[in-house]
Design a protein around this ligand. Structure first.
Ligand code: TXA
Ligand code: MG
Length: 346
């Protein structure tokens, strides 16, 4: 049985943090909460421990990990942070933004998948920060899900996916944002957004001026391997085929039911409809982000033929929500009933 420690998200007990830090220092794996999603952590300077992360997740070896630090100083030792990244980090860290920079320290090749760059992030969750500080070493951590599953937003998701392959789970309840950090590649000019997240592009542009948003960062098609070598892998898609609906949800649902199909509806931003299964996600962009992955996990447990989800505005954290939904739907979006029938092959 995996050991699970319940901790207070804002004020974890010193002895619990110390126990988890000892596991990290001795080469073990600790699942821990961050403000975005749960991470599966190992000592970033321990090649064997970091390799165990890939094994536990079933993650391909050429998909690099994010290295989590507890301070800007720790980040500066590991990566060559350009001035403009430091400027953003000073305002945004600890927080949900990850910088891809040239690496400086001799990190094990397994962590960075042999790339000359490293992804760095200082998480804002008190438990994550205390853990890194107590371990006294940067922590390499991807999201703590099996490869191809939604990221975990509560400890039960971690246990469901990874079970005994983790040495210790720090359970601090649900994570705050629910979608993974924003990733920006600052080795390029202009900087390139690799993944939208809670730290918004609007805020980034305020500080950096120009930021390039390639189509895949909006969830429009597969990732550009030259920019994001690890993002080519099958991203999460529910077992139930999911279609984004960019017109009246009630009439879309009626049309699908009229074809004799059982349908589930994910309700977002006040848009909902009567269906065989109705999963409430949220009414505002932050509530939607927070509940999204749990809703997708629940969708997989329903017995329906097809699932529909309305679109949300691609502003603020809505850009991250739409990116995850476009990928989960396999890029299927219907603007009207005819397109919906086309996607259903009817
Ligand atoms: O919110 C988050 O970022 C969470 C928490 C645990 O911090 N972590 C997370 O890690 O989402 P992961 O491994 O699931 O996603 C990290 C992404 C992957 O798509 C990986 O390919 C990309 O970051 N990445 C890591 N290092 C990179 C690099 N040097 N260049 C380009 N992409 C990189
Ligand atoms: Mg992940």
């Amino acid at each position: 049985m995996v050991r699970i420690l319940r901790v207070d998200p804002l004020n974890p007990r010193g002895e619990d943090v110390a126990e988890a830090a000892a596991v990290i220092r001795s080469g073990g794996l600790v699942a821990f909460p961050t403000e975005t999603v749960y991470g599966l952590g190992a000592d970033a300077f321990n090649a064997e421990a970091s390799a165990r992360i890939f094994k536990a997740k079933g993650r391909p070896a050429d998909n690099p990990l994010i290295v989590h630090v507890s301070s800007l100083d720790m980040a500066l030792e590991i990566g060559d942070m350009p001035d403009r990244a430091v400027e953003v980090a000073k305002r945004a860290w600890p927080g949900p933004i990850t910088f891809v920079v040239r690496k400086r320290a001799e990190l094990p090749a397994v962590v960075t998948a042999g790339l000359p760059t490293v992804a760095l992030r200082c998480p804002a969750h008190p438990v994550a920060l205390r853990l890194i500080e107590a371990a006294g070493t940067p922590i390499a951590a991807p999201s703590a899900n099996k490869a191809g599953r939604p990221s975990p937003t509560e400890a039960s998701h971690v246990v469901e996916d990874l079970g005994d392959s983790v040495d210790l789970v720090l359970d601090a309840g649900r994570t705050f944002f629910g979608v993974e950090s924003t990733i920006i590649d600052v080795t390029r000019e202009p900087p390139v957004l690799l993944r939208p997240g809670p730290f918004t592009v609007e805020e980034l542009r305020d500080i950096l001026g120009d930021v390039e948003i390639p189509p895949f960062a909006r969830g429009l098609g597969e990732a550009d391997v030259a920019l994001a070598p690890g993002m080519k892998y099958r991203h999460y898609a529910p077992e139930v085929p999911l279609i984004l609906v960019d017109f009246d949800l009630a009439s879309a649902t009626e049309a699908v039911r009229g074809l004799g199909l059982r349908v589930a509806v994910l309700c977002l931003a006040g848009k909902c409809a009567d269906a065989d299964a109705t999963i409430y996600v949220g009414s505002d962009p932050y509530e939607i982000a927070k509940n999204l992955y749990d809703a997708l996990r629940r969708l997989d447990k329903t017995k329906v033929d097809i699932a529909l989800v309305p679109t949300v505005a691609e502003r603020g954290i809505g850009l991250a929500v739409m990116n995850r939904l476009r990928k989960a739907s396999g890029f299927k979006l219907a603007k009207n009933e005819a397109e919906l029938r086309g996607l259903l092959g009817r």
